[in-house]
Design a protein around this ligand. Sequence first.
Ligand code: ADP
Ligand code: ZN
Ligand code: ZN
Length: 757
Amino acid sequence: MYASVILDIPTQALDSAYTYALTPETAHVRVGCAVLVPFGGRPAVGYVVSLTDETPANVARVKQVESVLSDSYFDEAGAQLAFYLSDRYIAPLSSCVRLLLPPGATPKMKRVAGSWEVLYPKVQQVDERWAVRLPAADQYEPRRSAVKQIAILEALKQGDLRVAELTAEYGSVSSVLKALESKGVVAIEERRRVRGNAQISPAFAKRIHERPELTSAQRDALELIGSAQQRADGEVIVLDGVTGSGKTEVFLCAIEEELKRGRNAIVLVPEISLTPQTVARFRGRFGDTVAVLHSRMSPGERFDQWDLIHSGAIRVVVGARSALFAPLANVGMIIVDEEHEGSYKQDQSPRYVTRDVAEWIAKRNGATLILGSATPSIEALYRVESDKDWHLAVMGERANGKPLPSIQVVDMAREFGGGNRKMFSKALQAALNETLDKNEKAVLLLNQRGFAQFLLCRDCGYVPECDSCSTSLTFHEEGNRLVCHHCGQEQPAPAVCPECGSPYLKRFGAGTQRVEAELRAFLQDRERPVEIVRMDADTTAHKGDHQRLLEQFAKAEAAVLLGTQMIAKGLDFDDVTLVGVINADTMLHLPDFRSSERTFDLIEQVAGRSGRADLPGKVIVQTYSAQEVAVRSAARYDREGFLEHELKMRKDANYPPYVRLANVLIWGERESEVIGVAQKLFFDLMQLAEEQGLQGVQVYPPTPCVLSRLKKNYRYHILIKAQPECDISAFCREYFRTRKPDKTVNVSIDIDPVSVL
Ligand code: ADP
Ligand code: ZN
Ligand code: ZN
C-alpha cells in the first residue's frame, strides 16, 4: 500500500502530494491521519490524502511512512476540498489542509538541540470525575457520625454530581468517596467535559422557545427553499429580507426540515454577530446537537466543539467563516447569514471567498445553500439574474408588521461649510435630546473604514478624484501629494479647493474617542446623567468585553451606544429609537470599487437597528456627500435605483460582477527591490497572457497600494482582470507555483479579492 501525503510545510514550492510506502506497522493508516515521514533529510509531519495499491512509477525512490501520529481528522471529501481550495486560490496545500484540522491540536515538528522531535499538542480533552449513586446505596446505612457520607448520599439522590461540586459544597471529600466506593454504594466515573457548551442564560430562554406563526413572506421563502431541498441538487437561494423580517426564523425552519431528511446543517455568521443571543436561538431550537465555533473561544473550547462534531454527535454547526470546514458529515444545508459581509473573505492564505466555497460544497453534496442578507451582495444578485440554479426569495417587511424607520440625510457641507466643524448636526442634536428625554436609546455609528486619508472641501464637499479612474485620490503626507492607486497618476495636493476656492480643504479621518469627548460635552448639561457606551476595537479587546458593554447599554435607562461598524449588525434592542450615522461618506472616497456598495449596505443595515419593536424609529445620516447615489438611494430604501447606477459604473470600469479580479501584492523593505520584482512580474504575466492567447485577460502595470507602507514594508500591487468565463486561477497558477521566491521581496496573489487596497 502507498499513501499520498501533503507535507505540513507551508511553501508554494511543495505544492503537490508526495507518495510514501506503508509498512505492516503503518498499514492501519487512514485518509486524514497525521503521519511522520522523511523529507529532504529530516522528519516531517504530513497528512494522508489518499491511499492506493498501485505501485508508483518511481518506486525505487519511494520512502516509507515512519509512524502514524493521529486518528483521522478528515475523509476523502475533505481531501478533495483541500485540493480545490489550493487550485482555486493558488494557495499552498498545507494551508488548505490546516482548515480541516482540529484547531491548535495537531502534532508539529520542533527542533530540539539540533534534532527534530514531534511536539504533541497541549490542547486535549479534559475528563472530569463524577460521583454516581449505585442501587446498593438504598440498603446501606452509614453510621450516625458519618455526616459527610450521609450528606453526599442524600445529594446524589437528585442525580450524578461532579466531584468538584461536592468538594465545593462539603470541603475535602476524597476519603469519604473512597470509603463509599469501597462499600459499593457509590461509583466514581471519568466523563469528558465539553468546554464551550455554555448554558443559555435564563434571560434569553423565553424568547427562544416561542415559535411565531410564520408570516406569508416567510412561508413563501420556505416553500422556495423546500423545493430546492427536494431536488437536492446544490441550488442556491438568496434570502433578501429587510432587517427584522424574520430571516433567522426561516433558517431555523429550513434546518429543521433538513434534519428530518437525515442530513446536517452548517450556519455561518459574521464573527461580530456571533453573539450569545444568536447562539441561544439555535441552541433553543436544536439543543445539545448544536456546536459553536469561532475565534474568540479558548483553544480548549474550540477543540472540544470540533471533537464533538467529529464524533458525530452534532447536527448543526453555528460558527464564523472557518466553520464551513468543520468535520460535519452528511451536510445537506449551508446557510451564510449577512452574506454581503466583507469578513467572509479570508485575509490570509488560502484567501477564500466563503460564498463561493460554500457553493462548491453544496454542489458536491447536493446540499441547499441559503444566502441571507438585508443587502445581498451585487455578485449574489447578479447570479440570481444569470444562473438558473440561483433563486431569490424576498421578504420586504418586518415580521412584526412595523414600518422601517424613515431615514433623514443631513448635508454636513451645507451646515458646517464655514469650517466651524462639529461632529453633530443640529438635526442629530435635536433628535438625541428628544430620544433621551423619552428615556429611549440611541445608537451612533462612526464609520471607520475610511482609513485612507483623502481631501474634502468643507464648503462644497468636493473630493479630488482621478481623471481616468473615477476613484478619489489618496492623500500622502510624504511630499504632500495626491495619488491614484489604480493607475498611479499623482499630483501635488492643492492648497485651496479647485472647485470653489475655499481654504477649508481638510484631510479626513476621526476616531471614536474624539466623538465620545464631543458627545459627553454635548450631553453634560442634561438634568439626568446619560449612560454613554463606546464600542470599538479598543474597548472590546478582551474576551467578554463585547457582551459586558451590550449588557451595560441594555440595563441603562437613557443611553447612547457609540461605536464602529461592529455595532451595525445584529443588535436587537426594543428601546433603540434613534440611529445616527456620524459620517456616512468616509468609505465612499476610498479608492475601492466596492466603496459605494459598502456605503449603501452600511446605511441600510444600521437603519435596521432602529425602532425594531413598538416604538417608531428614526435614522439620521450625516454626510458631506449628500448627492452621492449610494447615500440618496439608501435613504429611500431604493435598491433598484442604486443598482442601476452602480452596475453601469461597474460595467464601464470593468469591475465585478462583469469581470473576475486577481490582485498580486508585492512587498518588502527596500522600495527599489519591490519595484524591480513588480516589474518583472508584470512583464511575465503580460507574456503569459499573450502566450495563452487570452483575449479576455488584462494585466495592469504595478502601482503602489493605498496602504503604501505597512510595518516598514513598501507595498505594490498588480491588478489582473479576466472575463467571467475565463478561469483566472488557471491562467497564472503554474506560474506562481513554479516561480522562484525572492530573498527580500514577498509576493502573494489574491483571487477574487474583496478589496484592492
Ligand atoms: P432578521 O434576521 O431578518 O433581521 P429576525 O429573524 O432576527 O430577523 O427576526 C426579527 C424579530 O422578529 C425577532 O425578534 C423574531 O423573534 C421576530 N419574528 C420572526 N418571525 C416572526 C413572526 N413570524 N411573527 C412574529 N415575530 C417574528
Ligand atoms: Zn470647495
Ligand atoms: Zn487613476
